[in-house]
Design a protein around this ligand. Structure first.
Ligand code: DAH
Length: 352
């Protein structure tokens, strides 16, 4: 007698053998099931609604009354056996499949990595951001204006009429008689004054264009304009602000000097020099032996500019300044060829 069939059952040999046969066949088929699909087929075959064991249970009524309890019990035991075995086989097959999947997806951590070149901030943008931060920390707003500008804003409204010699100082890309690429950021002064009433203080960073190219000139470069207007702005305010700016941007206690100059839109006008940060003022190639380097143009806003922008020149005073970002960057990092900024040579750009 089979150990799964307790001897207390009084079943006729025929029924016993029948069920034993089912169990044997199941064991056989289960051992041959190599995939979860095979396993599922077996489950359906034995335990499904129309499965072999289900049919056996349904045939309970056809078994003689004396044999029925033992028969029911036996069929149930085989059913539980088949359930447990298929579950165990399922866990086993799943583990094998997972192992296979892990093996096929295995990473070879000894392979060299794929190198992705990381970008970095261009030196001009880096210094531009520093300039902006310094002025913003002193309460200046930021304004912008168009790069394709009207002759009126670029020249006329800045007190540079058509035949003015100052126009020759800035070789202009004209689009037509009235439209051009702005040669400086100063037109933003006028555009903002037309829109806003004093008091105001802002800087206007941006690209400017001049028809010029050599070691110290590129057709496009960057400027930062500044304007402060109120009822009692004086030249000493201009001096104070620019001295703070120069000392902060160059990280040093550099000497600053204001030299009389001329710009049509400021009166009086000045050029701002700093003690040469390369030679410390003793004289070198960069400062051309003078010990001083020019970094800014500035002055008190010309009353005629106020008039044209619609401000009462008797009620308001103001200062303006303009600087070249490339120039400040070259000084900060001791770069002696302006064109390096725009050649996109990665060996140069990596140094920042
Ligand atoms: N716009 C002048 C230039 O590009 C620079 C300048 C000088 C701007 C004096 C100013 C200023 O606002 O007051 O050469």
């Amino acid at each position: 007698m089979h150990p799964d069939c307790p001897p207390t059952f009084k079943l006729t040999g025929k029924i016993m053998l029948d069920i034993q046969e089912i169990k044997n066949r199941f064991i056989h088929e289960l051992a041959a099931a190599g995939s979860l699909y095979d396993l599922q087929q077996i489950r359906i075959k034995y335990l499904g609604k129309k499965g072999i064991l289900t049919a056996k249970l349904k045939s309970l009524s056809t078994v003689s009354e004396s044999e029925r309890p033992a028969f029911g019990r036996l069929v149930n035991e085989v059913k539980v056996f088949i359930e447990n075995e298929t579950d165990a086989r399922e866990r086993f097959l799943k583990r094998i499949e997972l192992d296979k999947k892990l093996a096929s997806e295995a990473l070879d951590i000894t392979l060299p990595g794929k190198y992705t070149a990381a970008g970095s901030v261009h030196p001009i943008n880096r210094v531009l951001k520093e300039i902006i931060d310094i002025f913003v920390s002193m309460g200046f707003d930021i304004e912008v204006g168009p790069e394709v500008e009207q002759d009126y804003y670029n020249f006329e409204a800045l007190n540079i009429p058509k035949d003015h010699p100052a126009r020759d100082m800035q070789d202009t890309f004209y689009i037509n008689d009235d439209v051009l690429l702005r040669t400086h950021t100063s037109p933003v002064q006028v555009r903002v004054m037309e829109k806003k009433k004093p008091p105001l203080s802002f800087i206007a960073p941006g690209k400017v264009y001049r028809c010029d190219a050599d070691v110290s000139h590129t057709p496009m470069f960057h400027q930062v304009e500044g304007l402060m207007v109120d009822t009692d702005i004086s030249f000493s305010d201009l001096k104070g602000i620019l001295e703070v700016f120069v000392r902060r941007i160059f990280d040093k206690d550099v000497p600053v000097r204001f030299r009389p100059s001329y710009f049509p839109f400021t009166e009086p006008s000045a050029e701002v020099d700093i003690g040469c940060i390369l030679c410390g003022g003793t004289g070198c190639r960069v400062c051309k032996g003078s010990g001083w380097i020019e970094v800014l143009g500035a002055g008190m806003v010309n009353p005629r500019v106020f008039e044209m922008a619609g401000y009462d020149p008797d009620a308001y005073t103001g200062f303006a300044f303009g600087m070249g970002v490339e120039r400040i960057t070259m000084l900060k990092y001791s770069i002696d060829d302006l064109r390096m900024f725009f050649e996109n040579d990665i060996r140069f750009l990596r140094q920042f």
